[in-house]
Design a binder for this molecule. Structure first.
Ligand SMILES: Nc1ncnc2c1ncn2[C@@H]1O[C@H](COP(=O)(O)OP(=O)(O)O)[C@@H](O)[C@H]1O
Ligand SMILES: [Mg+2]
Length: 228
């Protein structure tokens, strides 16, 4: 892969709130079509970094659903706002997006009528309504059971493969990291800078940094339930 594949290039980025430095000297590249994971302990600045990256590209598209709207209305909302498509065209596109995330036939359901995993997928359909070429997720599997979480990972991989989208995702779930990430950056709260970037499997095998190794080898029991 050549440098021309760079989709987001971060050079010497410092992030702060007021006087308080959150992270400094961040340097990494997100390549087109890549699934890029931002990882690190709680409070190290992952969400802050994601917000910086979103600010660099297109207006943020929220995956959050309106509870008073049906799935079709939720997914159709950005299409109604930002395109000149007719209602019939929007309905057709909405059904297509819902089918892509495994929710064909759920057009008229309200978010409260479907499971948590289905809601996440509907949110994904909504985020994809306008065919963005980069998708951003902040801890998408938070609160999901392991099976729904695995389905979401599979879906993200599938979308990357079929749509060629670039995906930037904050997660600390090891199963997800090893299943989907091609590249990552590891933020350290203590030193307030990144201590690794690269393929997580390579880092697991070759990183000499004990913090990186500890993070990538820790038991899933750290996060709650043990799953093998
Ligand atoms: N809007 C904000 N104003 C001031 N401090 C913030 C704000 N958002 C987050 N922080 C602080 O910045 C640090 C990093 O936060 P965050 O990016 O949410 O971390 P993470 O997502 O890795 O858990 C935390 O100490 C948090 O309290
Ligand atoms: Mg966060």
């Amino acid at each position: 892969m050549s440098v021309t594949d760079a989709r987001i290039t971060v050079r010497d980025l410092d992030m702060r709130y007021g006087e308080r430095v959150i992270q400094r000297d961040l340097n990494f590249t997100v390549r087109a079509g890549e699934i890029f994971v931002i990882m690190g302990g709680s409070g190290c600045g992952k969400s802050t970094l994601l917000r910086h990256l979103i600010g660099l590209v297109h207006p943020a598209q929220s995956g959050a659903l309106w509870s008073s709207l049906t799935l079709a209305e939720n997914v159709g909302l950005p299409l109604g706002e930002y395109t000149r498509l007719t209602a019939a065209e929007i309905a057709e596109l909405v059904s297509l997006k819902l089918a892509l995330v495994g929710l064909a036939g759920f057009e008229e359901f309200y978010p409260s009528e479907i499971s948590g995993g289905m809601r996440k997928r509907a949110g994904l359909a909504r985020a994809m309504a306008l065919d963005p070429d980069i998708l951003f997720f902040d801890e998408p599997s938070a609160g999901l059971d392991p099976i729904s979480s695995k389905l979401l990972d599979d879906l993200i991989l599938e979308l990357r493969d079929s749509l060629g989208a670039t995906v930037v995702i904050v997660t600390h779930e090891l199963a997800s990291i090893f299943a989907i990430a091609g590249n990552c950056v590891f933020l350290d709260a203590e030193t307030k800078t990144m201590i690794a970037t690269g393929n997580p499997r390579d880092l697991l095998e070759h990183s000499a940094d004990p913090k990186v190794r500890r993070f990538l080898t820790r038991g899933e029991s750290d996060g709650g339930t043990q799953h093998g």
